[in-house]
Design a binder for this molecule. Structure first.
Ligand code: CA
Length: 454
C-alpha cells in the first residue's frame, strides 16, 4: 500500500502533530463532497428533524464540524471558482454564473488561473471530478483541460435527474452526461449514478494518491426524486420540502457509499474528506431551511454564505470535534496543497492551511477577516471575529455581532459606528484589489442579491 514518495515534497501528520517534510506514510487522498443549495439546517448534525441524514451525521461524528464554515460566494459558479483556485474569485472576474454556451470562449474560469487538480499533479496525484462543473462549457474550460484526469457528469449549472430526461437537446439541464468529455448513454437517478461513480473511482485508484471532487447537483432544482426516497420523507407535509428532503436522502446515501467504500478498502486513515454546500438553501424555491440564519442563496446574509462544513481525517483529526473559528471554502485548496507537498502556484492564494488549526496547534483564527462581494458591488460583506459589516446597494449599511445575534436581527451600526467604519475601510482596501465581473448572470435584470435588506 505504501507508495514511493518524494521525500522533499511530502508533508504529513504523525501522531496528531503537524510535521514536514517527512517520508513515512503514503500521501493522503483528498475528497471534496460538495452539495448544491443544501440548507444550513437540513442536516442532522445541525439539528434537522424531518430529513434523515444518518451518513452525513456519521461523517460529522467521525470528523470536525466547523460551525462557522463559509463559502466565498452565495451562489453556484463563483463559489466553485474560489474553491478550485483558493483565491477570491472576484480577483479574476468570476463573479457571476456563466451561461451554458459550449461555443463561447469567454464564459469560463480564466485559463491563466491554476486549478487544484493541476496544482497537485506534480505531487503524483490522479484527480477526478464527478458531477457538476459550472466553470465554463467550452473546451478550454473543460475539467480535463484544467488538470482533472477523469470526468463523469456535466459541464452546466444543473441537470434533470432522471435518465429519460437526459436527452440530447444540447440545452442547459438536458445536456448529455459525459465521461471524459464524451457523451455517454445514461440510465438511472443522477445522484445515485454520481455516488456509484465515486465509489468506482475510489476503488479504481485505491493504490494511488487521489483527489476526488464529488460535486453533486443535489439538492438543487429541479425537485425530482425516485419513489423510494420520497417514501423516506412521506411524513413531510409540504410538497416541495418532501421532494427536496428525498433528494437530500439520496445525497446522504451517496455519502454513505463513499464512506463505506473507503472503509472497505482500508483507506479511512489515508483520506481527508471535506463536506460542504456551495451556498445556502433557496428556501423560497425548494423549501430548504437555513434556520436560524437570515436570508438565503444569493444573499450576503448568513443564510447565503454560512454552510454545513465538515472535515474528516480518521486517525489524524479528532472525531466528533467542533471548530468554531470561521473557515472558508477557499481553505480547501491550500490545505490540500500543503498535504500533498506540491509547490504553490504563482498567484497569491487567499485560503489558509486549516490542518494546524483543526489539530489545535495553531491558535487564533485562520483568517483575520473574510470578505464577500457580489454583482461587481451590488452587495458586500466582511466578517472579522464576531463582527459583520454588510452593505447592499440602495440600502443603509448594516452591522451585526454574530456571537449574540447569529440571525442578524439587530443592526447595531449606530452604536458600533467606529467598528463599522473600520471594517468598511478594510472592505474598501480588499475591493481595490478586485476586477470587474467578466460577464453577467444569464438572467439579466434579476440580480441575485436584490434581497430584502429590511
Ligand atoms: Ca448552488
Amino acid at each position: 500500500m505504501i507508495k514511493p514518495l518524494n521525500i522533499f515534497s511530502v508533508v504529513l501528520l504523525v501522531c496528531g502533530t503537524w510535521v514536514g517534510p517527512g517520508f513515512a506514510e503514503r500521501k493522503p487522498n483528498v475528497i471534496v463532497i460538495l452539495a448544491d443549495d443544501l440548507g444550513f439546517a437540513d442536516v442532522g448534525f445541525h439539528g434537522c428533524k424531518d430529513i434523515p441524514t444518518p451518513h452525513l451525521d456519521r461523517l460529522a461524528a467521525s470528523g470536525v464540524r466547523c460551525t462557522n464554515g463559509y463559502v466565498s460566494h452565495s451562489f453556484c459558479s463563483p463559489t466553485r471558482a474560489g474553491l478550485m483556485t483558493g483565491r477570491y474569485q472576484q480577483r479574476f472576474g468570476h463573479e457571476n454564473n456563466p451561461a451554458h454556451e459550449p461555443d463561447n470562449l469567454s464564459l469560463g474560469l480564466p485559463v491563466d488561473e491554476t486549478l487544484l487538480p493541476k496544482a497537485i499533479k506534480p505531487a503524483g496525484y490522479v484527480s477526478g471530478i464527478i458531477g457538476k462543473w459550472h466553470l465554463g462549457a467550452a473546451p478550454p474550460f473543460h475539467p480535463l483541460a484544467r488538470g482533472f484526469d477523469e470526468q463523469y457528469g456535466f459541464t452546466g449549472g444543473g441537470h434533470q435527474y432522471f435518465a429519460k430526461q437526459l436527452i440530447d437537446r444540447d440545452s442547459h439541464y438536458r445536456s448529455h452526461i459525459e465521461r471524459n468529455g464524451k457523451r455517454e448513454p445514461t440510465t438511472g437517478y443522477l445522484t445515485t449514478l454520481f455516488s456509484e461513480e465515486a465509489a468506482a473511482f475510489i476503488t479504481r485508484h485505491k493504490d494511488d494518491p487521489f483527489f476526488l471532487y464529488l460535486a453533486y447537483n443535489a439538492p438543487h432544482t429541479p425537485l425530482q426524486a425516485p419513489p423510494e426516497y420520497i417514501e423516506r420523507c412521506k411524513h413531510i407535509d409540504d410538497d416541495k420540502r418532501r421532494v427536496y428532503g428525498a433528494m437530500v436522502c439520496a445525497l446522504d446515501d451517496g455519502v454513505g457509499l463513499v464512506l463505506d467504500t473507503l472503509n472497505k478498502l482500508d483507506l479511512d486513515d489515508d483520506t481527508l474528506i471535506f463536506f460542504l454546500s456551495d451556498n445556502g438553501g433557496p428556501d423560497t424555491v425548494t423549501h430548504a431551511s437555513n434556520a436560524p440564519l437570515r436570508g438565503r442563496k444569493g444573499q450576503v446574509y448568513e443564510g447565503g454564505i454560512h454552510v454545513p462544513f465538515v472535515v474528516r481525517w480518521t486517525g489524524k483529526l479528532p472525531a466528533g470535534a467542533v471548530y468554531e473559528q470561521p473557515v472558508s471554502s477557499l481553505d480547501i485548496f491550500v490545505t490540500t496543497l500543503a498535504l500533498t507537498g506540491a509547490p504553490a502556484p504563482p498567484k497569491p492564494l487567499d485560503g489558509v492551511n486549516l490542518m494546524p488549526y483543526l489539530l489545535g496547534q495553531a491558535k487564533g483564527a485562520p483568517h483575520e477577516r473574510l470578505f464577500w462581494r457580489q454583482g461587481g458591488g451590488q452587495a458586500y460583506a466582511v466578517r472579522e471575529g464576531v463582527d459583520k459589516y454588510l452593505h447592499i446597494r440602495g440600502h443603509d449599511p448594516e452591522f451585526y455581532q454574530l456571537d449574540s445575534d447569529l440571525a442578524e436581527h439587530h443592526n447595531v451600526i449606530t452604536s458600533q459606528a467606529d467598528a463599522a467604519d473600520a471594517l468598511q475601510r478594510k472592505l474598501d482596501a480588499w475591493n481595490s484589489q478586485l476586477i470587474d465581473p467578466l460577464w453577467q448572470n444569464p438572467r439579466a435584470g434579476k440580480p441575485k442579491n436584490a434581497n430584502k435588506a429590511k
